[in-house]
Design a protein around this ligand. Sequence first.
Ligand code: NAP
Length: 294
Amino acid sequence: MMTKEKIGSPIAGCMRWGKWGANFSTMDYRKMIDFCLEYGIHSFDHADIYGDYTTEEEFGEALKEDPSIRSSIKLITKCGIQMVTANRPSHSIKSYNTSKTHIIQSVERSLENFGTDYLDVLLIHRPDPLMNPVEIAEAIEHLKQQGKIISFGVSNFLPHQVNMMKKYLPIQYNQIEVSVICLSPFTNGILDNCLAHQITPMAWAPLGGTLLTDDLHPHFRSITQTAAELAQKYATGMNEILLAFLHTHPSGIVTVIGTTKPERLAQAKKASNIKLSREDWFSLLRAAKGEDVA
Ligand SMILES: NC(=O)c1ccc[n+]([C@@H]2O[C@H](COP(=O)([O-])OP(=O)(O)OC[C@H]3O[C@@H](n4cnc5c(N)ncnc54)[C@H](OP(=O)(O)O)[C@@H]3O)[C@@H](O)[C@H]2O)c1
């Protein structure tokens, strides 16, 4: 049975849960999944390549321990990047592949890895210069008809790439990098285009990775100082304010949080209910840009 619950903030990003980060054991995966469900976090973001093509399967091992979990969660995964790794000896160069055959094979492998018969969301990971929208549409139509994917989206696509694809098939999501230190989607048309076509933006690195680690950079200091002041005003934490900066945008940005620490996911869940006033939103924007708007 598939859960009807919408994909909301935060999505737990699993990129660093396995070999590309925390090296979770099956028990650790299970604990994280259980924690997320307890805190009302139902969606998990993957890609075929995470952990050099191993993280989906490790997550799947944890799901196998209690198959009833599947119907309470949303599984998001991506395909289209081909990495050079010992786990894919046939790849001789890092490249993109959005051919019909590759998309179908990649989804079938992901289903096997997770030990499930459907994915809630499939995303094309990066715009492929050789992508043929007719082939992509055929692959997605085929997978939907077989019940192997429920919905489809893209990732890191610019508006003209989304619009080209939209002529051939419905696009429900665009997963992009956006944060208080990556402001381009607010002005390059990505978010406007999401609003125009009711595409849900998913934000990766929504806290701005470097901002969290580089507290000496004077520019970042001005952002963290403003966020800390707002945190006091809203009786919350600084990270919640940085996420609220995204949640306040009318396009309905859903955040993808890459932490391996349960308490940080709980923090992100709290942030999903916070909206900033216009003036407070602009005070963060000013701190980020170093100047007032024109
Ligand atoms: N579509 C794409 O092209 C794309 C690209 C990159 C990522 N993603 C997805 O987006 C997710 C998030 O991306 P990301 O991992 O680059 O970015 P992120 O969520 O901004 O960063 C997570 C990193 O920041 C650290 N961190 C420190 N304080 C944190 C806090 N309060 N809350 C959360 N993290 C904190 C985490 O360490 P701790 O583990 O110690 O908390 C972790 O190393 C990934 O897991 C993946 O699912 C998608």
